[in-house]
Write a protein of this length. Structure first.
Length: 505
């Protein structure tokens, strides 16, 4: 086995990638990059009944959007392909047969009805039916039937599955990087199906064969696979292969902390649980995605990295580069990680502030176009630098700065009421006259002049500044008022003051 770290993300294309799946991919990516290894994408599509059109493309697009592209996988062949299990179908049977030959697996002919009958019988007696050492000799399989009977059944085309023969009376020692050592009594295990009657391998067999053939060194996957670890250990042993190292990631819990975060929770609670928007190909239903909701991938990645891991310091802002340096599987938590949608916003706000003004301006320009506003890039960049501290999303820039581009179309009634008193119209008319006499409209100079004027009138600043803000902005919000006046210019400032006087008298 090569000593180079090779990890894989192995989703089943049964729908859009849940945010938990993205976290699994991210941890695999970080581990690979930290150790100079390869991050492989394998599509586990052996269950054709659950295959969903478009899911594979979605998975790939989601990884790319997050900035964690795979090194090897569909379309990026590096000698270990194909990377879709449906294209590797012919490969698995050989290993199932090997296990039969070595006595580690057997043919089982029990029909679905027969198994159901056994289950019901047991239930009536308050017991659970487990297909394993304590009853396998009494069931219909190649351990109970003679070789001739078995051959006759196979020749007659009787349906069968291949089951793993789990050993009796053995204590298995399992290791997990996150959970440490575990012991499992094999007597409680059932004889899992490895090969189905439809000629397809089950997840267990395909997964082990592929991880071995693809020379995977570390299997990093969700906690829901921990119960399968014993079987996987036994399969590696039976096939005479070294097992990779395992790390099972904690579950992601609902914001209230009770129960696993499900695909439906997002719609119910009003936050996305998918990286990208997803349109269900059958129902046409749309589920929200972080990308379309305006989140930056940096924020989503930072949030996900901390969902079950932390660096052991107080620091919380980690971009991919920093994550790659700091990430350690040993620091991943065992307990479930509570999903916190507010925290994602908090990260988003941070990365919004970090974002380059020119790039933000490019995105903001799209919104301005939709509003049919034209403006020049340099001006947009300056506006962005003034207002971005009040924005969480690019979308917010309009709400925080429309007044730099268009005159307010209405006045926020609550604010107007607060700012506009009986004598305000007269005062604003006077102010307008005064402002016409100011030549230099740069914020600093303007401030000096207006302050002087207010002082000379011996009135409070609020009496002037509040109505002036309502006139220029339409509400009591926005950045420095002198900056706004400078940006929109003298003529526009006077127009807006006069318009407010007319409208609000
Ligand atoms: N196909 C499995 C899944 O979608 C992969 C589990 C694993 O990584 O072994 O969860």
């Amino acid at each position: 086995m090569s000593s180079k770290v090779r990890v894989r993300f192995a989703p089943s294309p049964t729908g859009p990638l849940h945010i938990g799946g993205v976290r699994t991919a991210l941890y695999n990516y970080l581990f690979a990059k930290k150790h100079g290894g390869d991050f492989i994408l394998r599509i586990e599509d052996t269950d054709q009944n659950r295959y969903v059109e478009g899911a594979e493309d979605y998975i790939i697009e989601a990884l790319n959007w997050c900035g964690i592209p795979y090194d090897e996988g569909p379309g990026k062949e590096k000698g270990f392909g194909p990377y879709r299990q449906s294209e590797r179908k012919q490969l698995y049977r050989e290993y199932a047969e090997k296990l039969i030959d070595s006595g580690d697996a057997y043919y089982a002919f029990d029909t679905a009805e027969e198994l159901d009958g056994h289950r019901k019988n047991h239930e009536e007696k308050g017991k659970t039916f487990i297909y394993n050492w304590h009853n396998r000799e009494k069931l219909k399989n190649s351990l109970s039937l003679s070789p001739e009977e078995v051959q006759a059944k196979i020749d007659a085309g009787d349906a069968y599955v291949i089951r793993f023969k789990s050993p009796k009376d053995e204590i298995l020692q399992l290791k997990d990087i996150i959970r440490g050592n575990m012991e499992i009594d094999t007597n409680i295990l059932d004889d899992k199906v490895l090969f189905k009657s439809d000629g397809m391998p089950t997840y267990h067999l395909a997964n082990i064969v592929d991880d071995h053939l693809m020379e995977i060194t570390h299997v990093i996957r969700g906690e829901e696979w921990l119960p399968s670890l014993a079987l996987h250990y036994m399969l590696y042993r039976a096939l005479g292969w070294d097992a990779p190292k395992f790390a099972h990631l904690p579950l992601i819990m609902k914001p209230q902390g009770k129960g696993k975060l499900s695909k439906r929770d997002g719609d119910k609670m009003g936050f996305p649980v998918f990286p990208l928007e997803w349109k269900d190909p059958k129902s046409g239903d749309i589920s929200a995605g972080y990308r379309e909701d305006g989140y930056f991938p940096e924020a989503v990645v930072n949030m996900l990295a901390f969902l079950g891991w932390n660096p052991g310091t107080e620091e919380e802002f980690f971009n991919l580069e920093k994550l790659t340096k700091s990430f350690e599987l040993e620091r991943v938590h065992k307990g479930g990680a509570k999903f916190d949608p507010e925290k994602t916003k908090w990260f988003q706000q941070h990365y919004m502030q970090e974002a380059n003004n020119e790039e933000l301006a490019n995105k903001f320009e799209e919104i301005l176009k939709e509003k049919e506003v034209t403006s020049n890039k340099a001006f947009i960049i300056e506006v962005v630098s003034l207002i971005k501290e009040r924005a969480v999303f690019v979308e917010d820039l309009w709400q925080q700065g429309y007044f730099f581009f268009i005159a307010p179309t209405s006045f926020e009634p609550k604010d107007a009421k607060k700012a506009w008193k009986e004598d305000t119209a007269a005062l604003m008319t006077e102010l307008s006259e005064f402002l016409s006499s100011v030549e230099n409209f740069e914020a600093e100079n303007l401030q000096e002049n207006v302050k002087g004027w207010i002082k000379s009138k011996e009135i409070g600043f609020g009496k002037v500044m509040m109505p002036l803000r309502v006139a220029l902005v339409g509400a009591l919000q926005g950045p420095d008022l002198y900056k706004i006046a400078e940006f929109i210019g003298k003529e526009e400032t006077l127009n807006r003051v006069n318009k407010a006087v007319e409208t609000l008298k």
